[in-house]
Write a new protein. Structure first.
Length: 274
């Protein structure tokens, strides 16, 4: 018998501690939301516990009140328009950067993603001054252009990551077989990176849908979006309809982020099979 003794593996204390801290952070962020959201089903007119009863009256008001419907419509129109423009511009920029050298690519990429790190109040003031000179302040078109600025970086990042795993030899092969450059990109490249493009578009939509500060600078009385209307509701008429609107926003955002995660996993699986 040797003198050595077997030792049980020591548990990873740091990993356990990190897991506990992560759970506590999630609870800190989610418990207040979970405590407030049930009030959207209250039959009463005030935000209070215990609730006098359950009702869908506040969701009915949300879907029938002109102010809330207009805000939801504006958010949808601006979000879809900004996401579409962001997709075109971000994908074009990512394809163009793919042909640059490492140093030039880093410089251009830094310029394109600058709106993500710039203070939003500075962005809002700059966009207001620029769009005012063009006569677009206080218009839906102006807000779509402004939200395109903040949405494009998400598409750039998503498309650039996908293109790094794309074999450009496939484009050259398609061209050698008689395909035009546009057909080669449309039939060969775009299908391969489609999940990343859609994910970037959804990120751009979510960024637009949740934006408040830029809208406060640019929106006229008829261009108020749902987040701004929610802000006004908290300030002026604190009723459960505000919680119902917040629940709708949270549901839309969570749903879109779930779709983005599914697309991300599909993209990773596709790269693993390539």
């Amino acid at each position: 018998m040797s003198g050595s003794s077997t030792h049980k593996p020591r548990p990873d204390i740091w990993r356990t501690l990190a897991s506990v801290v992560t759970v506590l952070v999630f609870l800190f962020l989610l418990v207040p939301i979970a405590a407030v959201l049930p009030l959207s089903f209250s039959s009463g007119s005030f935000l209070s516990y215990p609730m006098p009863g359950l009702s869908l009256r506040w969701y009915e008001e949300l879907l029938t009140n002109y102010k809330w419907l207009l805000a939801l419509k504006n958010s949808a129109v601006v979000g879809v328009g900004a996401a579409a423009l962001s997709t075109v511009l971000g994908l074009s920029a990512a394809i163009a950067m793919n042909g640059l050298g490492p140093r030039a690519r880093a410089i251009v990429n830094g310029f394109l993603i600058a709106p993500m790190v710039m203070p939003v109040i500075i962005m809002a003031v700059g966009l207001y001054l620029f769009l005012s000179d063009l006569g677009l302040a206080g218009t839906i078109t102006g807000m779509i252009l402004a939200h395109t600025v903040i949405g494009t970086p998400y598409v750039v990042i998503s498309a650039t990551a996908a293109l790094q795993n794309f074999d450009m030899q496939l484009i050259r092969a398609a061209k050698s077989l008689g395909a035009s450059p546009w057909m080669a990109y449309r039939r060969v490249m775009l299908p391969a990176i489609r999940p990343a493009i859609v994910a970037g578009s959804l990120f751009a939509f979510v960024a637009s849908f949740d934006e408040v500060v830029i809208v406060l600078f640019l929106a006229g009385p008829g261009q108020v979006t749902l987040p701004v209307r929610l802000f006004e509701g908290i300030r002026d008429e604190l009723t459960p309809v505000v919680i119902a609107a917040a629940a709708v926003m949270i549901s839309i955002s969570v749903g879109l982020m779930t779709v983005i995660e599914i697309l991300r996993r599909k993209s990773v699986a596709r790269r693993g099979m390539a």
